[in-house]
Design a protein. Sequence first.
Length: 367
Amino acid sequence: MLKISQRIWRRRRHERYIDLTGTDRKRKIAELFVVLIILAFVHLISMMMLEGFSFEDAIWFTMTTITTVGYGDVQANSLPGRLVTILLMYLFGIFLLAQIVGEVIDYRIDMKERKRKGLWSWNMKNHIVIINTPDTDGARYLQALAEQIRKTVSLEDYPIQILSPNYPDGLPTELASLGVVLRQGQPEGRAKMTEVDIENAAFIIVLAFDANDYRSDSLTLDVLDQLEQLDLPGYIIAEGVQDENRSRLRAHGADAVLRPIRAYPELLVRAMVAPGTETILEDLFQHQGAHPRRYEVEIPAQKWGEMAARIVLNGLGTPLGYIDRANNLITNPDAAELVDGSVLFLLVNHNRIPDIKLVEQCVTEKG
């Protein structure tokens, strides 16, 4: 007890100038609490010996005195008993309890501040890690991405942690309100990666710094190289600015590679819940490969499934939807649904685009 007390009092003079870490502060609280328990125990034994209190009365008197409640139903009557109470409880016990309460309050304030500024270790499991922040409207994009994740049934309960050098004063309120937390820092080194519990992550998303700068791929490759060395079980999704770098990103451990299309964070979410579909959706944004095409043809009343089958069997493409007589766009109707419209949408290949006359002929023939 004496050694602990000496260590506590010796540090008091300079600790006011030190920003204690959470671990240091918890250790200090524990030490103060041990000293307080010892003082209370010594006082309890003293009251039993000096005042003849029962064990229950001694505990009651010690607790009501140290907490300054003082009901007065039990009190020290002898001079030795009063001196011991003054020395142990009034001079040291009450002061120690107040200091413990102060340290606990400081710890909670410090904890809240560290969490806000991204300096807290969250110890997460089965979560989503997002590495980097887009340099243009990064907060808005991250918010849109987080909102999409929260709207996806299979992902809505996943914790989300961002590793980024941005936001030194904490995440924007709109982003934090979605249950997103920050770990401040550059994605460099094994230690920084483990700070976001990346070995326990279910999904790891590596965003491109600049969606229009091919040099962002070099930074993404550096991150993937670090992740590859950790041999992680999580599903890794990386953004690649240049299509030529896709194979390199995959070779460095990316399970899925996407173009950084900032207007559609849904692509990243699709890559998590249904791997492979993101590539199909991504191709729709370019003319090369498969892309949707509009055909203004008369669609006489018929079952959608029968018409769609004829179109596919004739190698004209894949029907996606149509515009009905009320000018409503209908996508993926039921096979048995009767359709009647004036515009048809087909998914076609850029090097095999069917002529509108062939489409019209296939649509109008029945049976």
